[in-house]
Write a new protein. Structure first.
Length: 247
C-alpha cells in the first residue's frame, strides 16, 4: 500500500478523465448544494480543499465569494487558474498538502467535494479535519462528501468497471483490503492508443466513525444527505454528504 499515492496521482490523463466526466449539470447541482447548505452570500470567504481543477471554485467566485483553493497537484492548480481567468474571476490558489493546512485566513465556510475524504487513514483524516476546523470561524460550516463510507460502498461494490468519457477509456479493478479497511483501486487509462496504469487507496469509515472523527476535530454534525438535492442518506446511497458546523 502506498499511502502517499495522492501526491502524484492527479496529473495528466487521470485529471483529464475526471474533467470530462464532470458535466456542467453535475457541477451546477453541487454548487447549488454548497450555496444552500453553507448559507453563503457574496463577500463570504470560502475554502475549497482540495480544489481540483476548480469547477466549484469558479462558479462560487461568479456569485461573489472570495474563494481560496488548495490542492497538491500543480496540474490541477494550473487548470483552475486557467478556468478562473477564462471566467473573469479571481481565485486564491495555493499548492499544499491537505494534511498540512497552515497560514490560512479565517473562513466563513469550507467544502471538500469530489470523494477526497478517505484519502488518508484515521490519523490522517483526523488531522485534515482539524486543519479545516482551525481555518473556520466559530459557527462556520463544512460540507464534505465521500463515496467510500462503509454503508455506501460495501453493499454495492463492483470488482470491475469500465467507462469511456472525453475520448478516454478507463478500466477499474477494486480490491478490498479488509485488514486495513481500505480499497485498492487499479485504473488503466487508454487515450489515443496509449495506456497508463495508476493505483490509489481509499480508507473506509462507517458513518458513525466519521461523526466521531468530526466531533473530535471540533465539529457538530448537522445533517447527513444522500444526494445534492438534500435527499436522506440511506444504506447503499452512492455518496454520503456530511454537513458540519464548527463549535
Amino acid at each position: 500500500m502506498n499511502q502517499d499515492w495522492y501526491r502524484d496521482f492527479f496529473d495528466g490523463v487521470a485529471v483529464d478523465f475526471w474533467r470530462a466526466a464532470a458535466t456542467p449539470e453535475w457541477t451546477h447541482s453541487d454548487v447549488e448544494m454548497i450555496w444552500r447548505e453553507l448559507k453563503l452570500k457574496p463577500g463570504d470567504r470560502v475554502l475549497d480543499c482540495p480544489c481540483g481543477h476548480g469547477r466549484h471554485a469558479v462558479e462560487l467566485a461568479r456569485r461573489g465569494c472570495r474563494v481560496t483553493g488548495i490542492d497538491i497537484s500543480e496540474y490541477c492548480l494550473q487548470l483552475a487558474g486557467d478556468a478562473g481567468r477564462e471566467a473573469g474571476v479571481s481565485l486564491d490558489l495555493r499548492q499544499a498538502d491537505m494534511q498540512e493546512l497552515t497560514n490560512l485566513a479565517e473562513y466563513d465556510a469550507a467544502y471538500t467535494l469530489g470523494n477526497a475524504f478517505g484519502y488518508f487513514n484515521h490519523a490522517g483524516s483526523l488531522q485534515f479535519a482539524r486543519g479545516i476546523a482551525a481555518a473556520l470561524r466559530p459557527g462556520g460550516r463544512w460540507l464534505l462528501d465521500t463515496g467510500v463510507a462503509a454503508e455506501s460502498i460495501l453493499p454495492t461494490l463492483k470488482p470491475e468497471l469500465d467507462y469511456t468519457c472525453g475520448g478516454i477509456t478507463v478500466k477499474i479493478a477494486n480490491r478490498y483490503l479488509a485488514e486495513e479497511s481500505c480499497f485498492e483501486t487499479t485504473f488503466v487509462f487508454t487515450k489515443d492508443g496509449q495506456t497508463e496504469t495508476r493505483q490509489n487507496w481509499s480508507f473506509v469509515f462507517t458513518v458513525a466513525e466519521i461523526r466521531r472523527m468530526l466531533a473530535t476535530a471540533g465539529f457538530r454534525v448537522l445533517e447527513l444527505y444522500g444526494s445534492p438535492t438534500g435527499g436522506p442518506y440511506t444504506v447503499g446511497s452512492g455518496l454520503l454528504y456530511v454537513l458540519a458546523e464548527k463549535e
